[in-house]
Design a binder for this molecule. Structure first.
Ligand code: BG6
Length: 489
């Protein structure tokens, strides 16, 4: 059951992903009930599904058969009678498609209704099933720790922790999932993966888009809650966690939670030393002028909301003591890219000095998007030269070699949920720790309004203060916008 079936997420991501699973023969006995307020017939809804698949994947021969599995139920999320009607139609569909009482409830809608829906699902009997029941819930999971706890308590009355699949769509990205494999399946990295050999780690997730139509939500969120609390911290956890004893959901989650527990809390005046916020002014993106954030629809003219965050995390454990993890993320930046740069320490002595030139440090770059791959930056002898060293790059690109069709993140997450694999979903403990961390930063920012907003130009890589954050530790941001993985076809 997809709640919010007429919404953007269902249209852009969920229907095409379900089709891809169907096409790969991964959906056998299945039916989808689309649930939303609007009144639609089954046929109209099926047409929406068809259009969404065609617009993202092109014409497909088996679309009629695929969409025949889709039903629609007009629904009022606060009204018990609606749930009773939904239950009746779900029970009939269950028998018709031999679903063995298995049910997945996907909440792809405004978060203020998450709690209400979960409570009704239970009180109106939809969760009384003979098979499994699972709840898939989109972000934001709360607005701060207190609201996240309240929401969690509500959904826990109807679902146990292992039945809750909290989506962080970054965990569906192929190269985010690859972090573990790169780390734990290679003898050459893991021995170096610590404070003796790594000098710092930089994670950039930049976007060229502004807030589009989401001004209302974004005004209450800002980049810290929208990106850092979830996606950025999840990537930090995957990079920093200890090897799990086994690749089970519980073992991996508990290692991630240990990273959150070791994360140094930053609060009060310290925030200034560790975090930088920005808001975009007008500028140019791809040659087109774009307005400043404060002129976007549904945004306050004096808004103090941050559209950019750069920060430094410290993980106080044996492996990472002394190694800064820098993150930066923002809207209306120079490039749409997500990259992780692991910078290794300099070698003890450089034998290859040429006048002023120093050796480049070794870097391992994990390209999350738009390219998918890894690049290892090494130094090697310059051909023909005397013994001059020059930088060489070893690259692996997913698109170039083994996977022309990297599956869409949502396709993998939906499939994981159907298989009952919650590894790539966020456990409650991770949510709670990350809110506790982020709340301290936002509390300080709320008390101390930023008076120089806007402080970066649209189309740039963020405010100057973000560069200074790294420079004061003796580093600089590696220029990720022109660091494409070399595609080896
Ligand atoms: C979402 C945020 O979680 O992630 C958006 O709410 C942001 O504001 C998006 O644009 C970025 O996702 P991606 O996959 O495009 O990097």
């Amino acid at each position: 059951m997809i709640f919010g079936a007429t919404g953007d997420l269902a249209k852009r991501k969920l229907f095409p992903s379900l089709y891809r699973l169907y096409e790969k023969n991964r959906l056998h006995k299945f039916a989808v009930i689309g649930v939303a307020r609007r009144s639609l017939t089954n046929e109209e809804f099926q047409q929406n599904v068809r259009d969404s698949v065609v617009s993202s994947l092109g014409i497909k021969n088996d679309l009629d058969e695929f969409v025949s599995h889709f039903y629609y139920q007009s629904h009022d999320v606060t009204d018990s009678a609606s749930y009773v009607a939904l239950k009746n139609s779900a029970d009939q569909i269950d028998v018709r498609y031999e679903l063995e009482g298995n049910r997945i409830f996907y909440l792809a809608m405004a978060p203020e209704f998450f709690g209400t829906i979960a409570l009704h699902l239970k009180s109106d009997g939809l969760t009384d099933v003979t098979g499994y029941k699972r709840l898939v819930i989109e972000k934001p999971f709360g607005h701060d720790l207190a609201s996240a706890i309240e929401l969690n308590n509500q959904i826990r009355t109807a679902f146990s922790e292992d039945e809750i699949y909290r989506i962080d769509h970054y965990l569906g990205k192929e190269m985010v999932r690859n972090i573990e494999v790169i780390r734990f399946a290679n003898a050459i990295f893991e021995p170096l993966w610590n404070n003796r050999y790594i000098s710092n780690i930089q994670i950039t997730s930049s976007e060229t888009l502004g807030v589009e139509e989401r001004g209302r939500y974004y005004e209450t969120s800002g980049a810290l809650r929208d990106m850092v609390q979830n996606h950025m911290l999840q990537m930090v956890a995957l990079l920093a966690m200890e090897p799990p004893i086994r690749l089970t959901t519980d073992e991996i989650r508990s290692e991630k939670v240990r990273v959150f527990r070791a994360l140094r809390m930053i609060e009060g005046e310290q925030v200034k030393d560790y975090f930088v916020r920005g808001q975009y002014g007008e500028g140019t993106i791809d040659g087109n002028p774009v307005p400043k954030y404060r002129d976007e629809p549904m945004v306050n003219q004096n808004s103090n909301t941050e559209t950019f965050v750069a920060g430094k995390f410290k993980i106080d454990n044996f492996r990472w003591a002394g190694v800064p993890f820098y993150i930066r993320t923002g809207k209306r930046m120079a490039a749409k890219t997500t990259k992780i740069v692991v910078q290794f320490k300099d070698i003890p002595m450089n034998l290859y000095y040429q006048t002023e030139k120093v050796l480049n440090p070794n870097l391992l770059v994990i390209h999350i998007q738009p390219e998918e791959g890894i690049t290892l930056h090494l130094n090697a002898k310059k051909a023909g030269g005397h013994l001059d060293a020059q930088e060489v790059k070893l690259s692996f690109a997913n698109t170039g070699t083994n996977a022309m069709n990297t599956p869409e993140g949502y396709e993998k997450l939906l499939f994981d949920c159907m298989r009952g694999d919650a590894t790539n979903f966020t456990h409650w403990d991770e949510v709670a720790y990350s809110w506790a961390f982020v709340d301290k930063i936002s509390a300080y920012w709320e008390q101390t309004k930023e008076d120089n907003f806007p402080n970066y130009q649209a189309g740039s890589m963020g405010p100057k203060a973000a560069d200074e954050l790294v420079e004061k530790d003796g580093f600089f941001w590696w220029p990720v916008n022109n660091m494409d993985v070399d595609v080896c076809k």
